[in-house]
Design a protein around this ligand. Structure first.
Ligand SMILES: Cc1cc2nc3c(=O)[nH]c(=O)nc-3n(C[C@H](O)[C@H](O)[C@H](O)COP(=O)(O)OP(=O)(O)OC[C@H]3O[C@@H](n4cnc5c(N)ncnc54)[C@H](O)[C@@H]3O)c2cc1C
Length: 325
């Protein structure tokens, strides 16, 4: 690891490695710092990634790391704990210092934040243990694998009726567990009935498993409902604690009054409110799939390269950048 790079990418999964790939191919010096916890780590396969349909998440990352290494990108295992602005490197007036959990401090002209999100789950005993396996959130990611099965939909947000309908398209054995009747109006309940979705109201006390296999849910009343899979909404929260010294924080993403996620705000190029700090993937777009996150990483990497090209030109015109390659 050197002391200084053109770009430090924080997070080495779909978005971060895609940004690193286009930057490496543009002959930028790039360091990717990755703590190895992609959001979909618990899933057996990543679906809807054309060319790699169903690939294990860890395998996609391994391929990506090999691909970026071929263009001189360095990938290091570690966690970024802080990032702050510097006065640049004498050629470029914009610069950043990034501190890793090892204590190492590395500087760069630009930063790409691709640290993803953490899913906050409904607090039901036994649910977290099955996350990404028997408990799923996304009909596009897991729906095909549980088609025609007994699917429960745990409704904890105002979007629950739509969520149940999405899974009804995959199986005719769907039960909606409506934990709070305020979450669903009569029209939505009539819609569920019209589509043959059973409705159980009241609290769900626990998600039950035998070994690795989800077997069903125990209701607040004590009765047991047998299931093959349980769907529920998570709340993805952007991983951005390490950006506080830069004054960057995630903001609430709202659907009506409902806070469904938090995310960094970026413009179309991936630029955050701090000049020179970019973001791509779930950290800025919590609903983005793997391929959409990879695409955002590519676009953002291209924008960062364009930004550096302009900075190199400005330096050359003022004479300070005579040595810029
Ligand atoms: C259970 C589950 C299953 C899913 N299945 C699918 C699917 O089948 N198909 C699909 O398209 N989408 C799926 N998704 C969505 C998918 O996970 C995201 O679209 C994708 O992971 C976003 O990529 P990303 O690069 O933005 O973030 P991530 O993949 O989450 O990667 C972020 C990386 O940054 C690292 N990081 C975080 N903080 C730091 C730090 N401070 N320092 C250094 N590194 C850091 C993390 O360790 C991680 O490696 C699924 C999501 C879940 C929860």
């Amino acid at each position: 690891m050197r002391d200084h790079y053109d770009v430090i990418v924080i997070g080495g999964s779909a978005a971060g490695l895609s940004a690193a790939l286009i930057l490496g191919r543009s002959r930028r010096s790039v360091l990717v710092v990755d703590s190895g916890e992609p959001r979909n780590a618990r899933a057996a396969g990543a679906h809807n990634y054309l060319g790699h349909e169903g690939i294990a998440p860890a395998e996609l990352s391994r391929i990506g790391r090999d691909e970026v290494a071929a263009y001189g990108v360095e990938v290091t295992a570690g966690r970024v704990v802080a990032a702050s602005a510097t006065s640049g490197d004498g050629i470029d007036p914009i610069g950043f210092a990034v501190t890793l959990d090892s204590g190492a401090v590395v500087s760069a002209r630009r930063v790409v934040v691709a640290s993803g999100a953490v899913d906050v789950l409904p607090e039901v005993p036994g649910l977290a243990e099955q996350w990404g396996r028997g408990v799923v959130h996304c009909p596009f990611c897991h729906g095909w694998e549980i088609r025609d099965q007994r699917i429960g939909v745990l409704v904890t947000t105002p979007n629950g009726a739509h969520h149940a309908m999405m899974f009804r398209a995959l199986s005719d054995r769907v039960t909606a567990f409506v934990t709070d009747t305020a979450l669903m109006d009569d029209t939505e309940l009539a819609g569920l009935a019209a589509r043959g979705i059973a409705v159980v109201t009241g609290p769900v006390a626990a998600v039950l498993s035998e070994g690795d296999r989800l077997t069903g849910v125990r209701l607040g009343s004590g009765s047991f409902v047998e299931l093959d899979a349980l769907a529920t909404a998570s709340r993805p929260e952007a991983r951005v604690d390490f950006l506080s010294r830069l004054g960057l924080a995630a903001t609430d993403q709202l659907m009506g009054d409902h806070r469904y996620a938090t995310a960094l705000t970026v413009d179309a190029s991936g630029q955050t409110a701090v000049r020179g700090v970019y973001a791509a993937g779930n950290v800025a777009a919590p609903m983005a799939t793997v391929i959409a996150s990879a695409a955002a990483g590519t676009q953002t990497g291209a924008a960062v390269h364009g930004d550096l090209v302009q900075a190199d030109l400005a330096a050359a015109l003022t004479g300070v950048g005579a040595g810029v390659a």
